[in-house]
Design a protein around this ligand. Structure first.
Ligand code: FE2
Length: 194
């Protein structure tokens, strides 16, 4: 029996074909014009509207063997935009975003997201899981605790677009059955923990 629920019940719907489209460059211009922190609804709206063409995406695509690869597209004091590239079997640790909103759009491949909750008695516990496919957007509110990854059974690479506000500076990393977490201040390309 699989423990993975494949639902999009509480997810943003796939983008409406009639909705205004945003290129990656247009999204970057919108982020560059921010004068304050955007709301999670705004992040979800932009990520639902963005369409990243192959020419725009190509400079941000490369993979690593050991862990997923992070490519920063844009950052300012209010927001950060990243492309992440995952081989089958690569995934994040269990984490939250330490106060940042986050939104993720799958560009190609399949992403599995596992959601956890802190139980006063048991510590961190599994809550549910979701599967995300191209065109769907998932937003992480505060203090959502989750784990993202490209399942090893997918048989193909995964490419995702991530928008955080404010930019990620550190994360809290958790373990199942524990009540404590540790904060990572070493967020960089060789030890990514998004
Ligand atoms: Fe995350």
């Amino acid at each position: 029996m699989s423990t993975l629920k494949s639902t999009h019940d509480n997810a943003a719907a796939p983008p409406d074909a009639a909705a205004p489209r945003l290129t990656l460059a247009a999204l970057v211009r919108r982020l560059a014009a921010l004068r304050g922190r955007p709301a999670l609804d705004e992040l979800n709206g932009w990520m639902g509207a963005v369409e990243v063409g192959p020419e725009e995406l190509r400079p941000h695509v490369s993979f690593k063997e050991g862990t997923y690869a992070r490519h920063r597209v844009f950052v300012n004091e209010h927001a950060e935009l990243l492309v992440l590239c995952w081989r089958p079997g690569q995934r994040t640790p269990i984490h939250d975003h330490n106060g940042s909103f986050g939104a993720v759009r799958v560009l190609s491949g399949v992403m599995w997201e596992t959601i956890f909750e802190m139980d006063g008695g048991r510590g961190l516990a599994y809550k549910y899981a979701r599967e995300w496919t191209p065109g769907h957007v998932t937003g992480a509110d505060i203090p959502d605790i989750h784990q993202l990854g490209n399942p090893d059974v997918s048989g193909r690479d995964l490419i995702t677009l991530h928008l955080y506000a404010p930019p990620l500076t550190s994360l809290n990393v958790y373990r199942v059955g524990r009540r404590d977490s540790y904060n990572t201040l070493w967020l960089n390309s060789w030890n990514p923990t998004i």
